[in-house]
Design a binder for this molecule. Structure first.
Ligand code: ZN
Ligand code: FE
Length: 253
């Protein structure tokens, strides 16, 4: 493994991630939910921050940029929309690559939760950081994008290799599981949700997940198969996704 990932809970339900490239010792933070928590993790690991990689502009993802920049001098890289709340040193778009020592992250368009949301994929280690686009058994709320854009983003992520380890930015999985079970009784989903509820009872994280697990059980990726359960028939895949997204938004679980 060229990349070591250090995952830690912060704020109410976010995960912070620090990653270190073994060859160079260079360290990046994926988003900056909580500058103090990130500083504590850096000290605990004995790591020095070189780079901040933002997925989108929301304050629980970019809110710590300024404080960490001031404390560490790290270079801040992200989509243009992040400049709404903090200055960027380098603006990136889908298709770009970002190097961390010998690790190379491919930038993927994951828009829909916000318009400019991106994901970072390290093809060598098969690791993806997806922010608030894809969650374990869920996806982000569609605050800025439309169903065609969001469905396209989810399809791009689903096309990553099955074994890709997916780091999403929130521990929302138990609530996502309750919603998924309201729509779907597939045995793979039922088995997975039992493991999820058991893990959460013990306070264990359900992140990371994998592309294979999400393709098999995530109700948003399975929307075309599930939309009929919401009374939606003859819809396009994006319309099926929109129906599942709307059902989740109104779900009282
Ligand atoms: Zn967000
Ligand atoms: Fe978030």
């Amino acid at each position: 493994m060229a990349l070591t990932v250090r995952q830690f809970p912060c704020l109410s339900d976010n995960y912070g991630f620090l990653v270190r490239d073994a060859a160079s010792g260079r360290v990046a933070a994926i988003d900056t939910p909580d500058a103090e928590a990130i500083q504590r993790e850096l000290s605990a690991a004995g790591w020095t921050l070189d780079l901040i990689l933002n997925t989108h502009w929301h304050p629980d993802h970019a809110g710590g940029n300024a404080a960490l920049k001031a404390a560490t001098g790290a270079e801040i890289v992200g989509p243009a929309e992040v400049a709404r709340i903090a200055p960027l040193d380098r603006t990136i778009v889908a298709g770009d690559r970002v190097a961390l020592g010998e690790t190379s992250f491919e930038v993927i368009d994951a828009g829909g939760h916000t318009l400019g949301h991106i994901a970072y994929f390290d093809a060598t280690d098969r690791i993806a950081f997806v922010g608030d686009s894809l969650f374990a058994l869920g996806c982000g709320r569609m605050f800025e994008g439309d169903p065609v854009q969001f469905w396209g983003s989810l399809q791009r992520l689903a096309a990553l290799p099955d074994e890709t380890v997916v780091y999403c930015a929130h521990e929302y999985t138990a609530a996502n599981a309750r919603f998924a079970l309201s729509l779907d009784d597939d045995p793979a989903l039922v088995a997975r949700t039992e493991a999820i509820f058991a893990a959460r009872e013990c306070g264990e994280p359900t992140v990371p997940t994998t592309i294979a697990a999400e393709k098999a059980t995530n109700p948003f990726l399975r929307a075309p198969k599930l939309a009929h359960r919401l009374g939606v028939v003859g819809a396009s895949d994006a319309e099926a996704f929109a129906a599942v997204r709307a059902a989740k938004d109104g779900f009282q679980g």
